[in-house]
Design a protein around this ligand. Structure first.
Ligand code: SF4
Length: 205
């Protein structure tokens, strides 16, 4: 069964309810992620996130979900890089146990930074180089992110994609530029999960 990854930007947020209805009707697993800039998309201004449009699109999509609650949990599927299903300290594995290879055999820390290879396939221990690299993306624990330390969502959100934060602020130790979107949608995602559990309570018992 395919797993559908839906990328939301200011350009397409309005159409989000329609695609969500489509995947729910077919009972397909899916996840919603926010558009992240890369070197090729940076000139497309309309791919940038527009807070208001994204929140509106997400809320409209949640209405669609409420009317067709799936059997599977959406706690880890609706909130970009956040995962409301399990507490954790870092948003992803970049710089820890994550290697990305390109077609030339170069090894980078993240697929968004393929132009900044740290090693190649001939390197004896590329993972150690990735872990020790101090120049590329730094994956800081949410405890070390200013603005996140006292946030009630910190162990589920963990402060967002480090690269996106760096692009927006020049720092890795700050909260995500999508923070306002996250705080608006997290409570709704929890509410949907409660409704989903109630709906399927008989089947889960
Ligand atoms: S990015 Fe915002 S919502 Fe996420 S942990 Fe930090 S302060 Fe909380």
């Amino acid at each position: 069964m395919p797993d559908i990854s839906i990328t939301v930007s200011g350009r397409n947020a309005e159409g989000l309810p329609e695609i969500i209805a489509w995947v729910l009707e077919r009972n397909l697993p899916f996840s919603v992620n926010f558009c992240r800039q890369n070197d090729l998309s940076v000139t497309h201004g309309d791919l940038k996130l527009d807070e208001e449009k994204i929140i509106e699109g997400m809320m409209a999509a949640f209405e669609v979900i409420e009317n067709n609650l799936p059997e599977r949990s959406l706690l880890a599927s609706l909130t970009d890089r956040a995962n409301l299903a399990i507490p954790h300290m870092k948003t992803c594995s970049v710089g820890q146990d994550y290697l990305v290879f390109d077609q030339h055999g170069r090894v980078a820390k993240c697929q968004m930074k393929m132009n900044e290879a740290v090693a190649d396939i001939n390197t004896e221990d590329p993972l150690t180089l990735i872990r020790e690299d101090q120049i590329g993306i730094q994956n800081i624990s949410v405890e070390g992110k200013e603005g996140c330390r006292d946030c009630q969502w910190k162990y589920w959100c963990t402060g967002g994609c480090p690269l996106e934060t760096y692009r927006a602020t020049g720092r890795y130790d700050l909260q995500s530029p999508n923070c306002n979107i996250y705080k608006a949608i997290f409570p709704e995602v929890l509410r949907l999960e409660g409704l989903r559990l109630l709906k399927h309570a008989g089947e889960l018992a």
